[in-house]
Structures are given as structure tokens and as C-alpha cells.
Design a protein around this ligand. Sequence first.
Ligand code: SAH
Length: 221
Amino acid sequence: MSNVDFDRQRNELVETGVCRLGVRDDAVLQAMRSVPREEFVSEAMREFAYRNAPLPIGSGQTISQPLIVAYMAEALELTATDRVLEIGAGSGYAAAVVSRIAKEVFTVERHRELADAARSRLERLGYDNVHVLHADGTLGWPEHAPFDAIVVSAGAPRVPPALLQQLVIGGRLVIPVGDQQHCQKLIRVTRRGEDDFQHEQLTDVRFVPLVGEAGWESTEE
Ligand code: SAH
């Protein structure tokens, strides 16, 4: 498939699968139109890059559905000066989208192969305001905290306390939370003061589990 076809499919998906389904933030729509999702999946998956669905990326993980990436980016209420932390880099796609809206993105991934692949892919594509770390993201990224916004791209059993502590006052955390591993409510937590956190429930979502010290226990090893 040629780049022109991919460009056409991307614009169509943003129009019918994102904008028409309720995401209206111009900066988010613009970012979704600019990031080539086909570059974030394997050769075998490229032809499906513009389905509005998650796709496998290896290590038993998935690249998120475009609508959800856009919805979460909108829920973060980003501005151009924001420094953003993402937990669950996966392919690096969501980080790339957020990097078109915010100033800097720090993204953490617990699978080394995915972290390494995301880092070199983002570098190759020129997303030089995205930084990738291989670590357990349930502990955040203390060296670069605090953040204006934090987005968790995997389903947590509860909100990891370290992430709350790494938000600026006024900062927003968007995270799927649920007591089942594959079924969550998307929550937005806004830090109103040192110890004042406002919780809002946004929508039902299905993410792979957040595995780590303040997440689910690993069943893989
Ligand atoms: N944002 C990604 C979606 C990745 S799916 C994209 O656009 O492609 C969720 C990712 O979270 C998986 O890659 C999984 O390995 C990762 N993950 C799960 N628990 C984690 C943790 N504690 N710290 C960092 N990454 C984690």
C-alpha cells in the first residue's frame, strides 16, 4: 500500500472513527492526522493500521485503538507547554500522538524489547521530544517529575500512589482502573492541592493489565 493510501485512510479514520464519535479537540485531531500509525506496527499488520481497533505488537501486548488514544489525549486537557508522563509505551504510538500536542513526553515500558523498539522507532521518525525508559511505570519516573499530565495505557487494579505524587498541582492523571484484569473504568484524577485529588469517571474501556509493584502481579514469569 502506498503512503498516499495510508494518508487517505488516516484522514478517513480521524473523520469517521474519532471526530464523528465525539472527540472534538482540534489539537488532538490534528495530531491524529499527523502520526503514521502504519509505522508503529509490524509489516504483517500494516494493512490493518487504520482499523479502529487494537492490534498485536509482540510480547503479548497491543497498540491501542485510535479512538481511545484520541479520547485519552483529549481527557488530559493538554497545552503546548505541558510535560507528560505515559505508562505503557508499547509501540510508542500514543506517545507520538501526545508529543504533537504537548512540549515533552516521558514514556515508560516494562518489556525491554518493546521499549527498545519504541525508542528506535520514535528516533527514526523524528519524535525527538519523546523519551523512553525501560522500567516499572507503576513507580512513575521520579527523576523527571512532576508532570502536568500522566496517562496510563494499561489497566490498573487501583491508582498507583507514586503517580499521584508526581503530578503538579492542577495536573491530570487519566488511568483505566478495574478489579478485573481486562475490563476497566477510565478515571481522571485532578490534583487540586497537596492532598486534594478530584476523581471523575469517564467511560468503560478494555486495556491489557498494568503489571508491576503497584499494579497486577505478573503471571508471565
Ligand atoms: N500506548 C501503547 C499501548 C500499549 S499497551 C501504544 O500506543 O502502542 C500497554 C503497555 O503497557 C504494554 O506494552 C505493557 O507491556 C505496558 N505495561 C504494563 N504494565 C506496565 C508497567 N508497570 N510499567 C510500564 N509499562 C507497563
